[in-house]
Design a protein around this ligand. Structure first.
Ligand SMILES: O=c1ccn([C@@H]2O[C@H](COP(=O)(O)O)[C@@H](O)[C@H]2O)c(=O)[nH]1
Length: 287
């Protein structure tokens, strides 16, 4: 399989960069007239995939909402991933896994090993046990043609207490530059993973669209930047150039509830995704 970065770049060019989340919140199931049970979960996921998998570049199932229903929820997740990929969408599994290396290898096998029931094009991972703990996932992703999205600067307001913290050794470097934060260190690791890759590497960062001006960060990691926060969390497509600057060409903006609230009507879901896609296209073109 071609590397994830290559496949993602092509999908972004052909379909636009929008990523829509499959987030079956209990409240959305109710709003859609569905029960908060396995049948409701199955119907919700099937509808989103049917509406969008043949038109958006990326679908991002939020694993937590499926795990809530135990093994039967996982079975729905497996099916959703298969059908979405068969319809041409790339699937980013939002499971935010992270653990010591030996356990990380098992998470990697679950989501990134070809033939695994939950194999996905990419996986979100947490580097807060140390970036090096992700090594088994990096290696398996390379082998499988899959990708990773590493939490660098998350969209939630609480993230800053960890991600903006400055490592003592980075307070002042030999060149006199100061203040390399934990988030910046994660971005630097990713730039190293992606060095020399064309059209872009497979190792992306999660960087919230809610964060305002990020010009103090080097977002040029030669890899994708998954940007949640548009819609329900308050950011808009028009914010993207101000947040990401020239790196906006590598941004995969994610919208979940902002689109899903228009269901269950398939036409309304598509119309909402199309509106976001058009606003994103205009914002990116303005840079
Ligand atoms: O920093 C992050 C990382 C992941 N997420 C996830 O993205 C979606 C956002 O959903 P909305 O309904 O569009 O707010 C959700 O699955 C989060 O877990 C994030 O929001 N921020």
């Amino acid at each position: 399989m071609e590397p994830f970065g290559t496949r993602l770049r092509r999908a972004m060019d052909e379909r636009g960069p929008l990523c829509v989340g499959i987030d079956p919140h209990a409240s959305l199931l109710t709003d859609w007239g569905l029960n908060d049970d396995i049948a409701g979960l199955e119907r919700f996921s099937r509808t989103v995939v049917e509406a969008l998998a043949d038109r958006v570049a990326v679908l991002k199932p939020q694993s937590a909402f499926f795990e809530r229903f135990g093994s039967r929820g996982i079975a729905v997740l497996e099916k959703s991933v298969d059908v979405a990929r068969a319809a041409g969408a790339l699937v980013v599994m939002d499971a935010k896994r992270g653990d010591i290396g030996s356990t990380m290898a098992a998470y990697a096998s679950a989501f990134l090993e070809k033939g695994s029931p939950l194999f996905s094009d990419a996986l979100t991972v947490s580097p807060y046990l140390g970036y090096g703990s992700l090594k088994p996932a990096v290696e398996l992703a390379r082998e499988s043609g899959a990708g990773l999205f590493v939490l660098a600067l998350t969209s939630n307001p609480e993230g800053g207490e960890v991600q903006h913290a400055v490592r003592p050794g980075d307070v002042a470097d030999a060149a006199g530059s100061v203040g390399r934060s934990v988030g910046a260190i994660m971005l630097a690791h990713l730039a190293a993973e992606n060095a020399g890759e064309a059209p872009m590497g497979s190792f992306g960062a999660v960087v919230g669209a809610t964060l305002g001006d990020l010009s103090s960060y080097d977002l040029e990691i030669n890899g994708p930047l998954l940007a949640p926060g548009i819609g329900a969390q308050g950011a808009t497509p028009a914010d993207l150039p101000g947040v990401f600057g020239a790196a906006v060409r590598h941004v995969v903006p994610n919208v979940s509830r902002g689109v899903l609230r228009h269901g269950p009507d398939i036409g309304a879901l598509r119309a909402s995704a199309d509106r976001f896609a058009e606003e994103i296209r205009a914002a990116v073109a303005s840079v």
